[in-house]
Design a protein around this ligand. Structure first.
Ligand code: SAM
Length: 216
């Protein structure tokens, strides 16, 4: 089949992208690895022995980065709509995080284990309808935040991908209620044309503080 101009230019961008080439030589499953590496360098999110929940994990490059940092004493619970080839030390669930049954499956796996870090690289399939796409990612952000409130250890941290647009500011406000420090950042490895931005919540507040906002 003859390749269209658009797919040719996508291919050119992909092949010449230094992060794609870097991922290939470093053995990462995707260039997304460098977004988490950068976030970790800046915010010191990962430590040996941590329990991490990775939402929207496929193809698995964040799991690879986490594994390298937390070592064999740590544990990763990962979830995605798509299949993911197994990775050592990763307990994977295939399913939609918006689905209550899938959430319960994850909660059952955790059993009584509390989580040090919740990260989400989930985004809806882009429809091109801005308000729909925006509402879709904010909904995923809110579900991830809700999960963090229920499952995090004291002082736990949070990293989610979002898009700037409607409800973005209210989501940041909600995150500020939950975490002691909230920062946004755009990694160098995030493509310029991508509207994505990452929100980092550090040190979840304690139950008494969250209770004051009716959040527990
Ligand atoms: C950018 S990719 C993640 C890349 C991953 N961080 C890595 O390093 O390999 C986003 C993922 O989010 C997943 N996703 C989107 N919506 C989801 C949902 N509702 N539930 C679970 N996964 C979802 C997609 O299937 C996709 O694999």
């Amino acid at each position: 089949m003859k390749r269209s101009k658009t797919s040719k230019s996508w291919m050119n961008e992909h092949v010449s992208d230094i992060f794609v080439r870097q991922a290939q030589s470093d053995g990462y499953r995707s260039r997304a690895a460098y977004k988490l590496i950068e976030a970790n360098e800046k915010f010191k999110l990962l430590e040996k022995g941590m329990v991490v929940v990775d939402l929207g994990a496929a193809p698995g490059s964040w799991c690879q980065v986490i594994n390298n940092a937390i070592g064999s004493q740590g544990k990763i619970f990962a979830l995605d709509l798509l299949e993911m080839h197994p990775i050592k030390n990763v307990d994977f669930i295939q399913g939609d995080f918006r689905d209550e049954l899938v959430l319960h499956e994850l909660e059952n796996k955790l059993n009584d284990l509390k989580v040090d870090l919740v990260i989400s690289d989930m985004a809806p399939n882009i429809s091109g309808i801005k308000t729909k796409d925006q509402a879709g990612i904010i909904h995923l952000n809110e579900l991830a935040l809700d999960f963090a409130i229920n499952w995090m250890k004291p002082n736990g941290n949070f990293l989610v991908k979002s898009f700037i647009g409607e409800q973005y500011e209210s989501f940041i406000e909600a995150a500020r209620v939950v975490f002691t420090r909230v920062t946004t950042f755009k990694p160098k490895s995030s493509r310029d044309r991508s509207a994505e931005i990452f929100i980092v919540g550090q040190k979840i507040k304690n139950i008494e503080q969250l209770n004051d906002f009716g959040l527990e």
